[in-house]
Design a protein around this ligand. Sequence first.
Ligand SMILES: Cc1cc2nc3c(=O)[nH]c(=O)nc-3n(C[C@H](O)[C@H](O)[C@H](O)COP(=O)(O)OP(=O)(O)OC[C@H]3O[C@@H](n4cnc5c(N)ncnc54)[C@H](O)[C@@H]3O)c2cc1C
Length: 204
Amino acid sequence: MCPGGIIAPASTSPGELVVNGWSPSKRNNPFANSGMVVQVDIADAAKYLGTENVKDPLLMMHFQQAIEQQAYAAGGGKFVAPAQRMVDFSTKKLSTTLPKNSYLPGLKSAALETVLPAFIHDALAGGFKVFGKRMKGYFTNEANVVATESRTSSPVRIPRHADTLAHPQVNNLFPCAEGAGYAGGIVSAAMDGEAVSHAICLKF
Ligand SMILES: Cc1cc2nc3c(=O)[nH]c(=O)nc-3n(C[C@H](O)[C@H](O)[C@H](O)COP(=O)(O)OP(=O)(O)OC[C@H]3O[C@@H](n4cnc5c(N)ncnc54)[C@H](O)[C@@H]3O)c2cc1C
């Protein structure tokens, strides 16, 4: 959750749309944002991609890429992000207008149930309703659902030995933190960095 925050473009390739949220230290932006995470199993991703090759080490990366490409296309290009009002999202109704927002490339109204896989859409829609029951005012059409924050954790994990934290085949390589698949977010990445630096000290 980023109070007084901004949703920013975070894509790494042309034709793929990724967003991420952050707040300046003064938290003085009129908007707030939060990333909503849905668990994705290998079986879900394989089914969505229409493959039976669940052993493909890059399967989850292909899944991530497919969603990012669909989000880019639904926004119509130039990193405009597809979005829907929250209640409309949960009831699969196209929003005729969108509330003001902090995302500078702009938002375009879209039927996000056609952008996201059904199991992700349904999990989010159900979650929003439950949050709304527990927190007054949460489930509101004054909020935008923006697609998509698809980089909460790495889709690939580089192997490493559980005790030495070294790669099993590449000598003196210590896969570490988020990109290597051992963290998701600032604190877990920092903690893994600390563990790996200890492991390096022990070795040398
Ligand atoms: C906009 C935004 C908002 C975020 N908000 C939050 C938040 O609120 N809370 C939270 O927990 N997480 C947040 N995150 C995620 C968080 O930033 C990451 O989880 C964390 O930074 C991962 O740390 P890391 O050390 O694994 O990787 P990084 O911080 O990405 O560090 C990797 C480093 O490797 C360097 N590098 C890459 N390639 C090479 C190379 N070939 N040679 C040498 N150096 C190289 C890079 O320049 C970089 O400095 C946010 C991310 C973004 C983009």
